[in-house]
Design a protein around this ligand. Structure first.
Ligand SMILES: [Ca+2]
Ligand SMILES: [Ca+2]
Length: 215
């Protein structure tokens, strides 16, 4: 009798384990069917702090100083056994933003989606990012490392009081900022309050960033 009970218990445990594994599977995405977009398509600048205390993606800046919503939206479709089906519950940590030329660096998890895809296969990036460095180029979305979706990139530029991109704001960054401040040549990396001029308003942002590092 005891042997039978042990066998039943083992069978139930095996079934539960199998179900657990099955539920953990999220399917494979088909990026050729998936899409990435922003409401505004044009150059925008987002200020990034290493500790994520910068403005959210909804508060990027246009040339001229106006605030613009730079939220990035993603709709994910499945491939493999779920071909053509909207892919729900795909993990946030497997979807991230990356700088195409790599000059913008991120803290661990500082560039992932706001959450997993919903029942309509949708997720977005609207929160502040955590990182440093600066980038006048473009960025793109990568899904499990595959960046073939919208591969030409999004027109979103970044800067940060962490000028040298070592993910902490310290005297080294202040030195670089001071060089730009006192030079007669405009340098985007120090235009932290973006308006094509490096002046006192940029010092305010630099001061706000001092001492900050990854969470
Ligand atoms: Ca730094
Ligand atoms: Ca400025």
């Amino acid at each position: 009798m005891q042997k039978t009970m042990r066998l039943v218990s083992l069978t139930i445990t095996t079934v539960l384990l199998f179900c657990g594994l099955a539920q953990a599977q999220t399917g494979c995405p088909d990026l050729s069917m998936s899409s990435v977009w922003q409401d505004y398509e044009g150059p925008m600048v987002l200020l990034v702090f290493p500790d994520g205390s910068g403005p959210p993606m909804t508060e990027a800046t246009l040339a001229g100083g106006a605030i613009i919503d730079a939220t990035i939206y993603l709709t994910l479709y499945g491939g493999c056994d779920n071909y053509g089906v909207l892919l729900a519950d795909f993990p946030a940590e497997d979807m991230w933003i990356e700088s195409i030329d790599g000059s913008l660096v991120f803290c661990s998890g500082g560039n992932i989606a706001d959450g997993p895809t919903d029942q309509e296969g949708k997720t977005q990036w609207s929160r502040p990012l955590s990182g440093g460095g600066w980038d006048l180029g473009t960025c793109r979305v990568a899904v499990t490392g595959d960046s073939s979706i919208a591969a030409s990139g999004l027109l979103l530029q970044f800067n940060s009081p962490d000028l040298n991109g070592d993910l902490k704001v310290d005297l080294t960054d202040v030195t670089g900022f001071a060089e730009d401040f006192f030079s007669h040549t405009y340098n985007f990396r120090s235009d932290l309050a973006f308006d094509y001029v490096v002046n006192l308003s940029d010092i305010t942002v630099m001061r706000a960033g001092m001492g900050k590092s990854c969470p």
